[in-house]
Design a protein around this ligand. Structure first.
Ligand code: ATP
Ligand code: MG
Length: 991
């Protein structure tokens, strides 16, 4: 290569240009000015960026530090660095190759003083943002979005909204003027109630947004969105800084441009405004991170902003076989007309460079486990046939939580894997154990943690003994700690505990001795030290792990090390690093959805890559499996933003079609086009719920299948089928109920079992004592008051409002509230609700009965419960249940009554006792705005459903089947989520 060469012709061999096709060369050697590269998957877009960087540095003699390359993920940035490294013969360490966020972070730290920021501002993770919000919860001007029954309910949604607003470059001022305008319009048309409500909410949001920014700034904190908006502000408000940065970065290149957001594009525009040397590469069909599916918005606005831009289209695909590309192309056509190819007449049909390959294979199975088994088997087959190396195979899942059965199936065959979605540090048993230990030090009466630790490998207290102690603790309203104290200090003194084995007493003694010793130390020493000593002093634990040769144990040690890192981070910021302070901090992190990745396993062997489709962007594999291809999983159900950013504030061009479906289709397209040679599309009929799952419409589109007929699902081998009936993980058959003893069931027991059998086991069999939630306390106190009022009425008396409120307050317990302020407000809410109740309660004739117990037999079991209130008048019977939760309006209340399983069971109970259905069932919601009543009539069909539910629960409980049924929705509200091995944490549903 000639050092002086400035002009390139096709005949001049230049580093890195060999092997590129003409269009790629044109792009790489493009001179100054804007360049737009639009091209489908696998056409060498990323390759072109890497080559162009090398070309600029080696041929155009651009100094490395004058080049800025922006990518979408850290992984992509690292990969880009690696490629450039290979192309440039000498170091180029001064070239900035980074993500947008990392770029913003660096620029802001360099110019912090100009902005009045501290140069070591703290960037909050999503979880830390939630904690920050919680710490300042009552400093926000919130009302509608802070219901006292669940004051944190909208926090995540609000934060998400702010983040969206930042993506769109909408600051608090702009939000405020929008909200004010809305309020003005509402004032002008006083009859428009809906508008008034909308305006009120938007004003509340605008003020909260403003306050959030204020508080964050005052505390020296930034969030991810701020990295972009503050950088923009810097460039806009400080022309000198802008000029310096423009002079510094003479060439800017952006990969995956289709997914940059509005604010990021503004940054690129400002930085290149003086020289316009900007190269962007993108594929609208692979846009999978954009706000409301604005997939072509960026490329269109790039053309608008840089009308002189040269456009290069790449069509030769070097990655995949014709069959893969054909299927992918057929699929993506279904997004027309919201595609560039369609709108701009750009031909994006990819021309394969490779010869024929195997056909795309589609398989159907009965269950997900069979599907997973097949995938694992196929992986093995490919490797054994030398078709591909293990590391060049990928299994792509829609959500992280879909990976479990796959990983299990791979484990069964001894196939190594790496799962990039493995967050889950807090879900690891070794971490749960140390967390339980720390929680116990912060509060010895935390029975849940004591239960967990006592039963663990470390102390090994027998389950039967623990159950005995738990049950006794519950009955006596004492903590497990107090019960174990009794057990060990006064053996034999408590007859109920006489059944505890000597082994059990010894374990209890060991744990209490340790606990007392560490409690004393914890006052004086830092968290990390306490933790370390605890681990090392357990002969069977820490030391054994350290000296073990098993890779699993190594990973355990790795995880513990990661946890120590977390403890250290706390130590750096906490005013005083003690266990008592660390535990609430950790709890808040966990509640806010933080769950860092686990330690990487031993990378001795390369393994199959298991990852989400979102993470697979830009990557390629010899063989790709797309699994779980059924409707409602892929395409997934549209989860709209809980609090949407108003359309008026959106600056992007939005698509005309169903944007969710289109985005899912693009995701599918991304998945398919990762495959070089083998592509397998699999699905099952049964994903663990009763319904039958239908094949994904994307399968039909990609493979041009006939719409109507479904092929017969492939059946698993008999061995696999039998294997599925092996005892599940959490079955303890000794807990099964003997066939000849009747079960005693109630609405709550049935509901708990059907919600999650493992939860049932914790609550009703192991009887693990838990702290009560504040909603339970509120509800119970309110119920007691209303019950007292109704009882008086039956006796012909009327309770005064004062007495009513006194009763309420007498049953109040100060437990589980978020803060003192929260408790005060909640008390007041209860008083208000009762005042409204008192004002109308006298109008209705007195009840016939209050807290009426019922009991009936079904098969061999007994179902019991209490009816809050029954009214019988003029031959009409109404069953009433009081609710302390709030409800929007009568319509919602009616819906609640219609769908209430509890009321169906009560109707069944009534039918069992008098042989006919009640005329009506009602839910009375006691809200501070008044009593809202929902009505429904229960039909026989619903009684049958209630019977089915009872039977389903009874069969499971009798059989000792207590396998967890984790889901986001269930786990979020479960008191056992900190110790349960199956918990699904917030955020896991995202990619
Ligand atoms: P995606 O749309 O998935 O991001 P891309 O357009 O960025 O893909 P690359 O990842 O750059 O495509 O390239 C796809 C594959 O094709 C890579 O394996 C790359 O090495 C190869 N490739 C690119 N250009 C050529 C070429 N001219 N000759 C041979 N192989 C090439
Ligand atoms: Mg790429």
């Amino acid at each position: 290569m000639s050092d002086q060469t400035q002009t390139i012709s096709a005949s001049t061999p230049v580093t890195g240009l060999a092997g590129l096709n003409a269009a790629q060369r044109a792009a790489v050697t493009h001179g100054d000015g804007p360049l737009l590269i639009i091209a489908g998957a696998g056409t060498g877009k990323t390759t072109v960026i890497a080559h162009r960087i090398a070309y600029l540095i080696t041929v155009k003699r651009v100094r490395p530090e004058q080049v800025l390359a922006l990518t979408f993920t850290e992984k992509a940035a690292a990969e880009m660095e690696r490629r450039v490294d290979l192309l440039v013969p000498y170091g180029f360490t001064d070239t900035w190759i980074s993500t947008f966020h990392a770029f913003g972070d660096r620029v802001l730290r360099d110019h912090a003083l100009v902005l009045g920021l501290s140069p070591d501002f703290r960037l909050l993770t999503a979880a830390e943002q939630v904690i920050f919000f919680q710490e300042h919860l009552f400093e926000f001007p919130l009302h509608y979005f802070r219901p006292l029954g669940n004051p944190m309910r909208h926090v995540q949604s609000l934060l998400q909204l702010f983040s969206r607003a930042k993506d769109e470059d909408v600051g608090p001022e702009q939000y405020a003027s929008y909200a004010e305008e809305l309020a003005r319009r509402a004032m002008a048309s006083p009859d428009d109630k809906a508008l008034a409500e909308r305006a009120e909410r938007e004003v509340e949001i605008a003020r909260t947004y403003h306050q959030y920014q204020e508080l964050m700034a005052r505390n020296g904190k930034l969030d991810f969105g701020d990295l972009m908006t503050r950088t923009l502000a810097l460039l806009r408000e400080h022309p000198l800084v802008l000029q310096r940065l423009q002079e510094r970065f003479r060439y800017i290149l952006v990969d995956e441009f289709q997914d940059t957001n509005y604010a990021q594009f503004q940054i690129v525009k400002l930085l290149t405004a003086s020289h316009r040397n900007v190269t962007v590469v993108g594929d609208d069909d692979q846009s999978i991170f954009k706000f409301r599916g604005a997939s072509i918005s960026n490329i269109l606005s790039f053309r608008r902003e840089f009308p002189e831009a040269e456009t290069v289209v790449l069509v030769e695909n070097y990655r995949s076989t014709p069959s893969v590309l054909g299927a992918a192309y057929r699929l993506i056509q279904h997004n027309n007309p919201d595609r560039l190819e369609y709108q701009e007449g750009i031909d994006k049909r990819l021309r394969p460079c490779s010869g024929d390959g195997p056909a795309v294979e589609s398989m159907a199975f009965q269950t997900y486990q069979e599907e997973a088994d097949w995938v694992a088997g196929k992986v093995e087959e490919l490797v054994e046939a030398n078709a591909c190396a293990l590391g060049s195979i990928a299994i792509l899942v829609r959500r992280n939580s879909d990976a479990d059965p796959l990983l299990r199936a791979l484990n069964m065959k001894g196939i190594p894997w790496s799962f990039s979605g493995a967050r889950g540090l807090y879900d690891r048993e070794e971490i749960r154990l140390v967390v339980s230990f720390l929680r116990l030090l912060a509060d010895p009466h935390d029975s849940l943690s004591l239960f967990h630790l006592a039963g663990s490998d470390i102390y090994g207290m027998p389950a039967a003994d623990l159950t005995l102690c738990n049950a006794y603790a519950r009955r006596k309203h004492r903590s497990l700690y107090e019960v174990l104290l009794d057990l060990t200090r006064r053996p034999g003194a408590v007859p109920e505990l006489s059944g505890v084995s000597t082994e059990g007493v010894a374990a209890a003694t060991a744990i209490l001795t340790d606990l007392h010793r560490y409690l004393e130390k914890a006052v004086r020493e830092v968290t990390g030290r306490i933790l370390y000593e605890f681990l090392m002093e357990q002969p069977g634990y820490g030391k054994r792990l350290l000296h073990s040769n098993s890779p699993r144990d190594h990973q355990r040690v790795g995880n513990l090390a990661l946890f120590f890192g977390l403890v250290q981070r706390f130590g750096e910021v906490a005013p005083q690093d003690r266990v008592a302070g660390f535990v609430p901090y950790l709890t808040m992190l966990i509640e806010a959805g933080e769950n860092p990745p686990v330690a990487e396993g031993e990378a001795a062997e390369e393994g199959v890559a298991v990852l989400t489709l979102h993470k697979a962007k830009g990557l390629e594999y010899e063989a790709v499996f797309l699994v779980g291809l059924v409707e409602k999983r892929f395409p997934s159900i549209d989860r709209r933003e809980a609090i949407p950013l108003p359309d008026e504030l959106i600056k992007e061009t939005l698509p005309s079609g169903d944007f969710h479906l289109q985005e899912e289709r693009r995701l599918f397209y991304v998945g398919m086009t990762r495959a070089k040679r083998y592509l397998f599309l699999t699905r099952a009929r049964d994903y663990g719920t009763k319904r039958e799952w239908k094949r994904s419409r994307f399968l039909v589109e990609a493979l041009a299948l006939p719409k109507e007929e479904e092929e017969r699902p492939w059946r698993g081998t008999p061995e696999a089928a039998i294997g599925r009936y092996a005892p599940p993980l959490h079955t303890a058959n000794d807990l099964a109920v003997r066939a000849d003893t009747p079960l005693s069931l109630s609405h709550y027991k049935i509901d708990d079992y059907l919600t999650c059998p493992l939860k049932y086991k914790y609550v009703h069999i192991l009887r693990v004592p838990v702290l009560r939630d504040h909603t339970v306390i509120y509800g119970a106190a309110l119920h007691r008051a209303v019950q007292a009022y109704n009882t008086h009425r039956i006796a012909g008396q009327t309770m005064s409002l004062e007495d009513l409120i006194d009763t309420f307050e007498a049953h109040w317990v100060n437990e589980g509230f978020i803060s003192r302020e929260h408790e005060e407000r909640r008390l007041q809410e209860g008083r208000d609700a009762l005042t409204r109740f008192h004002a109308v309660a006298g109008i209705r004739p007195p009840p016939t009965s209050v807290e009426k117990r019922f009991s009936f037999q079904l098969d061999d079991d007994i179902v019991t419960g209490f009816l809050d209130r029954v009214d019988e008048r003029e031959g009409e019977t109404v069953i009433i249940d009081y609710k302390s939760s709030s409800v929007r309006d009568h319509k919602a209340a009616d819906k609640g009554a219609r769908e209430s399983q509890q009321l169906a069971l009560y109707a069944l109970a009534y039918w069992k006792s008098v042989g006919r259905l009640p005329d009506r069932v009602e839910l009375h919601f006691l809200t501070s705005g008044g009593v809202i009543v929902g009505h429904a009539v229960k039909k026989e069909k619903e009684l049958d459903q209630a019977i089915d539910r009872i039977r389903e629960a009874a069969i499971g409980i009798r059989g000792g089947l207590f396998q967890a049924k984790p889901s986001q929705w269930v786990c979020d509200f479960c008191a056992f989520r900190t110790i349960c091995p199956a918990t699904v944490w917030i955020g896991e549903r995202q990619g």
